[in-house]
Design a protein around this ligand. Structure first.
Ligand SMILES: Cc1ncc(COP(=O)(O)O)c(C=O)c1O
Length: 405
């Protein structure tokens, strides 16, 4: 158990560097720790906090991992991933999108987060301009700041169902623009992106010579329409740095497996960075993931339907709370309601106070919208609905009774 009674002294000798101080903490993990502490004290917590699927990988995939360990895949492997998995990813995407990706255009990484990190390290210089959605997954801004790049945000608008719109990015592109980051389905708003916007952005990137870092980790959590990937565009080999992973679709957040698809020259350059950072991704996990990909995703269909029901339920429940405005998400497993009127009516400072009070007074974990930079999240809360339906009912009811009571 942690001993909090000891009073720690700080040591000026152990001061941290200015670059590492520029990294931001992902607040979902801060709230995860707080909710675990409350649970430990016996509080009945309902958590809409961390973005983690609530299902386990199917038993056949777990069996593959055990078999791989038994077969001796417990040592180091190549920094860019096991050939089996690089091939399986290429084949999987080729079949899905009718493409001709080759295994040397794929890198396996220690999670999608590492894929973003090493990609930004490889591609950005201090002073380069990076364009990022507001709100967005906090990692992108954090890593850009760490590198000393200059971040420009473009706002996602409620009126467009929070979709990333090409025109909003085009307006910001300048000569110094080196990278545009997109993520769709989007965390935290759950929006998808229209084909026209994806294609126009990649064309513009080609003309104006910037990179499109496209994080498509929620590509299988789509409730309306189809996911149109940046890999389906004509110029992907010239401008796209594609990120995906196994954490969400396969329920394998702890396996730490992500991947990149990009021009093979760039992929080969990632090897040194990956090697310095983590040597290689987990070996037995890769062998299991390669087999899992080859088996296909038939088992995922009922999960998608279950998540769709949860989305419908949480949307209708939140909508029925007086003063709450909410957009129905089309993908991922997040919803981003606007509580501004509630915050005003209750005389609270902001969404942070609201999130704190819901946690302390009702045992409900939600994340403040401003944990997702930069300003668009003011007055908003992010809910992950990777949660059982009865917990959605219970959690939202607690919020409603706290607000209306
Ligand atoms: C948009 C986005 N990208 C990447 C990640 C991280 O994925 P991984 O667990 O593979 O590092 C997350 C996790 O929440 C995410 O929401």
């Amino acid at each position: 158990m942690l001993d909090n009674s000891y009073s720690y002294v700080t040591s000026p000798i152990l001061r941290v560097s200015s670059s590492s101080s520029r990294l931001g903490a992902e607040e979902a993990f801060v709230y995860l720790a707080r909710s675990m502490e409350l649970k430990r004290r016996g509080v009945d917590v309902v958590s809409f906090g961390i973005g983690q699927p609530d299902f386990q990988p199917p038993p056949h995939i777990i069996a593959y991992a055990k078999e791989a360990m038994d077969a001796g895949f417990n040592g180091y492997g190549p920094s860019l991933g096991m050939p089996e998995l690089r091939e399986a990813v290429a084949e999987f995407l080729n079949e899905k999108y009718r493409l001709d990706i080759r295994p040397d255009e794929v890198a396996i990484t220690a999670g999608a987060k590492a894929a973003v990190f090493i990609g930004m390290l490889a591609l950005l210089e201090p002073g380069d301009e990076v364009i990022i959605p507001d709100p967005s997954y906090p990692l992108y801004e954090s890593v850009a700041n760490f590198i000393g790049a200059r971040v420009k945000f473009f706002r996602l608008h409620k009126g467009n169902n929070y979709k990333i719109k090409f025109e909003d990015i085009e307006r910001l592109v300048a000569d110094k623009t080196r990278m545009v980051v997109i993520n769709y389905p989007e965390n935290p708003v759950g929006s998808t992106m229209d084909r026209r916007d994806v294609e126009s952005l990649v064309e513009l990137a080609y003309e104006r010579k910037f990179v499109v870092l496209s994080d498509e980790i929620y590509d299988h959590f789509v409730y309306e329409g189809h996911h149109h990937s940046t890999l389906q565009t004509d110029y992907w080999r010239d401008v796209v740095y594609y990120v995906n992973g196994f954490s969400k679709t396969f329920g394998m957040t702890g396996w730490r497996l992500g991947y990149v698809v990009a021009n093979r020259e760039l992929v080969s350059k990632l090897s040194v960075i990956a090697n310095n950072m983590y040597s290689c991704p987990v070996t037995f996990a890769q062998i299991a993931a390669a087999k899992a990909l080859r088996d296909g995703l038939e088992w995922f269909k009922p999960i998608l339907e279950q998540y769709r029901r949860r989305r419908d339920l949480i949307y209708s429940k939140l909508l029925s709370i007086k003063g709450v405005e909410v957009v129905k998400p089309e993908g991922a497993f997040y919803i981003f309601p606007d509580f501004s009127k509630v915050i005003r009516a209750k005389g609270m400072k902001n969404e942070r106070e609201l999130a704190d009070r819901l946690l302390e007074e009702r045992g409900v974990v939600v994340l403040p919208g401003t944990a997702f930079p930069k300003e668009a999240g003011a007055g908003h809360l992010r809910f992950s609905f990777a949660v059982r339906e009865e917990d959605i009912e219970k959690g939202v009811q607690r919020i409603r009774s706290w607000i209306e009571g």
